[in-house]
Design a protein around this ligand. Structure first.
Ligand code: HEM
Length: 451
């Protein structure tokens, strides 16, 4: 059974937050970090509380870098039990992730590549006024506890607000792994629920094993690793590209769908190869009910190199139950209306990938699926949406009688920063707030009393 009273809500609830604020924090000293954490603990939502029917108007998630755990007083032997990639952090692993050129850490903003980055606090709110109230309240708490805000990012859902979508205009949050024991049934076509150990530490994984968790167990149990990405979306470049590729709006929409693997409504190309089908896109009972090997082996409907086919090759991939990731996050920056020219504002997605193994799940995805030019023998292609592009990669759109090859795809996105965090359970947050040595004394006293 998943311990829904201990797991932070973040990865398990699909709460409709229309606004959020991320604050990236640094703890100048251990006591200040603990004071900050103690003061915010009560506000951290559990999977049960936030997933239940009595929703508050706001809720909070808290996660730490390896340097943050160190600054909070976790001792060296425990720190050494955390996976090496988490110890290093995302920036030193940029080359593994394919983050070179304009995506490289030297261009990142917000001090995300700095060793002074210790924690992220995510303030979710039902709407913008509530987010602004949270922000003021948190600013007061930051000042009182004496921690430093390195940078922050405000997020807002973009219109239309009825469903989640991103700045290029595609509907999002359609395909998400269902975690066994979390209560949600997988949508048709999504395969069986995934064992909780693929996302939460201390549970059996798809191999039927519980991998040895970082120590002490009170710190790691019910925790997950998060890969954070701030990705700018160049909406003007994207629209200009579509205009060059298609003579009519219909042709342009088809190219947009071929890049993503879904129409903007969310309708999958495998099920709607010829034209947009908004009813299909909106229907969660149908919009994931497809695969590739049997239904579209050559990619005539959905190109092998499209974003969703790379990110989840379904029955054409191997070991797929062990590669799944929970995606969270939202959009930042102002919406660019359909007929407006590029206005120079930064806009994009600020997203998290939640998993139990950053190497097996997130890093594999970035290294192989997103950035390996020869993925599925494509030769010279990268993910058209999130791959690192410099104008030298192509995109093949298979079709009969001859395929279309777009040469020199421009970069539609740029990584503006990223970081690895550990998202602890609630007991672990208390352990960190009390100070690991104080917690050890309390545990020792409790066991002395019982014996
Ligand atoms: C600006 C950047 C991005 C945009 C615009 C974008 C957009 C989308 C959209 C519209 C979908 C289809 C909706 C859905 O299946 O839920 C999707 C699916 C997906 N994306 Fe992205 N995405 C971006 C970045 C990323 C990143 C950084 C990752 C992971 C490293 C990622 C992983 C996935 C996965 C795993 C799926 C589901 C594929 C499936 O199960 O069929 N995306 N993305």
């Amino acid at each position: 059974m998943l311990d829904l009273d201990d797991i932070q809500h973040f990865l398990l609830t699909r709460t409709p937050a229309l606004a959020a604020r991320y604050e990236f924090l640094s703890f100048p000293a251990v006591d200040r970090g603990r004071a900050w954490l103690k003061g915010i603990l009560e506000r951290v939502g559990t999977a049960r509380a936030v997933g239940g029917s009595l929703l508050d108007a706001r809720w909070v998630s808290v996660a730490f870098t390896w340097n943050g755990l160190k600054t909070l007083g976790v001792d060296q032997p425990s720190l050494a039990t955390f996976p090496p990639e988490f110890q290093q952090g995302m920036a030193p692993r940029a080359a593994v992730l394919g983050l070179t050129g304009k995506n490289a850490p030297e261009h990142w903003v917000g001090d995300l590549a700095s060793p002074d980055l210790h924690a992220i606090v995510i303030l979710f709110a039902r709407d913008v006024p509530e987010r602004e109230r949270c922000k003021t309240e948190h600013q007061r708490h930051v000042t009182e506890s004496g921690v430093r805000v390195l940078s922050s990012l405000d997020l807002e859902a973009i219109p239309p607000l009825e469903y989640a979508h991103e700045h290029f205009g595609y509907r999002d949050r359609l395909s998400q792994p269902a975690v066994e024991g979390a209560g949600a049934e997988p949508t048709p076509g999504s395969g069986p629920p995934i064992k909780p150990g693929e996302f939460f530490l201390g549970y059996p994984d798809e191999m039927g094993l519980v991998p040895p968790p970082p120590q002490p167990e009170v710190l790691s149990r019910n925790g997950s690793f998060l890969a954070y990405f701030r990705m700018q979306e160049h909406v003007g470049v994207f629209r200009d590209f579509l205009a060059q590729q298609g003579k009519t709006p219909e042709e342009q929409e088809l190219v947009a769908a071929k890049l993503m693997g879904r129409w903007r409504s969310g309708a999958p190309l495998v099920l709607a190869p010829e034209r947009e089908d908004p009813a299909l896109g909106a229907d969660m009972q149908r919009n994931n009910d497809f695969d590739y090997a049997k239904m579209d082996p050559h990619g005539y409907a959905c190109p092998v190199g499209s974003h969703v086919r790379r990110m989840n090759p379904r029955d054409t991939g191997e070991n797929m139950q062990r590669r799944k990731m929970i995606r969270r996050g939202g959009t930042y920056g102002p919406h660019l209306p359909d007929d407006a020219p590029e206005d120079g504002h930064e806009r994009g997605i600020a997203a998290f990938v939640g998993c139990a193994s950053l190497v097996r799940q997130f890093e594999f995805t970035m290294n192989v699926w997103a950035n390996d030019p020869d993925f599925m023998s494509l030769g010279n292609e990268r993910d058209p949406i999130i791959g690192t592009h410099d104008g030298s990669y192509d995109m093949t759109i298979p079709r009969r009688p001859i395929r279309k090859k777009i040469q020199g795809l421009p970069a539609f996105t740029t990584v503006r920063g990223g970081a690895y965090f550990f998202l602890p359970g609630i007991r672990a947050l208390k352990f960190l707030a009390d100070g690991p040595s104080a917690s050890a004394r309390t545990t020792a006293a409790a066991s002395a009393r019982t014996s």
